[in-house]
Design a protein around this ligand. Structure first.
Ligand SMILES: NC(=O)c1ccc[n+]([C@@H]2O[C@H](COP(=O)([O-])OP(=O)(O)OC[C@H]3O[C@@H](n4cnc5c(N)ncnc54)[C@H](OP(=O)(O)O)[C@@H]3O)[C@@H](O)[C@H]2O)c1
Length: 251
């Protein structure tokens, strides 16, 4: 029996993770800020799959929200076997034009929160000799394009090290690097995505199915779809100026 905690479970990629994990029989802990959406989802998953579905209402950019998430992860009576560090958002403007207080909140959500949750999860999982963490980064991690990419690059780097370092303790860490996925993400940030060609868009449920298959295979870095595997490889080897120009659209 697996118990999985998914952050950002009310929409997009997190919602797909919650549904896929419950469908395979995992108990789930659903975390986000919108209590009504969380309760609706918990009711749906209990009814459809007969799993236990608990709700944690938390804003991960606040001390109280982080503490609530950490408490759920540190529970010894209901231990979490799989953490999906997924909650995220982006700013529409480029660094240097945005309000630095908004940059602080983005840093808290994309770096500080996953770091704290990973820290709590790893400590608890190492003690039990088993566990898995999926960190949701982005293919943007491989392109130079402002703070969002830098935060995701940080998450890729830490995940790669943690997977290598903790594998012998029975704890695996996989970083998921999606390309463009149809979710609420771009709309929430009021981003102009009109220039993104249709072939670049991924389906969230298919993305999560591919990610869970990669987790099963023991991959450290998961880049679903052949097109994004190719683009990520090119981005890692092409000149910075070329990659930065090509990656200027959307997130
Ligand atoms: N969509 C893409 O093209 C794409 C591509 C690459 C990577 N990603 C990454 O994938 C992850 C999920 O994004 P998505 O596309 O699924 O976005 P989404 O549809 O906008 O969903 C974001 C989720 O995060 C939660 N969330 C946002 N701020 C939060 C906060 N302060 N505290 C707690 N929960 C918070 C939201 O729930 P509430 O509003 O209820 O709190 C929601 O459940 C993010 O890390 C994102 O960077 C997305």
């Amino acid at each position: 029996m697996t118990r999985a905690l998914v952050t950002g479970a009310t929409a997009g990629i997190g919602l797909s993770f919650a549904r896929a994990l419950a469908a395979r029989g995992d108990d789930v802990v659903l975390l986000a800020r919108d209590e009504q959406r969380l309760e609706q989802l918990a009711t749906e998953l209990r009814g459809a799959h007969g799993v236990q579905a608990d709700v944690v209402v938390a804003d991960l950019t606040t001390a109280d929200g982080l503490a609530a998430a950490e408490a759920a992860l540190a529970s010894s009576t209901a231990p979490v076997d799989l953490l999906v560090n997924n909650a995220g958002a982006s700013l529409a403007g480029w660094f240097g034009t945005t309000d630095v207080a908004d940059e602080d909140r983005q840093l808290d959500l994309l770096v500080r929160a996953p770091m704290h949750l990973m820290d709590t999860a790893i400590k608890s999982m190492v003690g039990r000799g088993r566990g898995q963490v999926v960190n949701v980064a982005s293919v943007a991690a491989f392109t130079p394009r402002g703070t969002y990419s830098a935060h995701k690059a940080w998450l890729v780097n830490l995940s790669q090290w943690a997977d290598w370092h903790y594998a012998s303790s029975g704890v695996r860490v996989m970083v998921l690097c999606p390309g463009f996925v149809r979710t609420e993400f771009h709309q929430r940030a009021d981003m102009d995505i009109s220039g993104v060609p249709r072939w670049m868009w991924l389906n969230s449920d298919k993305l999560v199915a591919a990610a869970l298959a990669d987790l099963e295979r023991g991959r450290t870095v998961s880049i679903p779809s052949l097109r994004y595997k190719v683009l990520a490889t090119l981005a890692r080897h092409a000149p910075t100026s070329l990659v930065a120009r090509a990656a200027k659209r959307g997130r």
